[in-house]
Ligand binder design. Structure first.
Ligand SMILES: [Zn+2]
Length: 53
């Protein structure tokens, strides 16, 4: 299964890095962030967690 972390940035093509975003009431979610341009790519699982807030 391909995850967001295996894909290049859709904006600049740079490899993505894992980063944790703080969320209210949770320890945070892990998203893929481009260290080059800052674009964040949210995994579907993370989005589902966000929607619960
Ligand atoms: Zn990028």
């Amino acid at each position: 299964m391909v995850s967001e972390f295996d894909l290049p940035c859709t904006a600049c093509g740079h490899d993505l890095a894992r980063t944790t975003v703080a969320t209210a009431g949770a320890s945070g979610i892990t998203v893929a962030e481009c260290p080059e341009c800052g674009t964040r790519h949210y995994p579907e699982a993370a989005l589902e967690n966000v929607e619960t807030f």
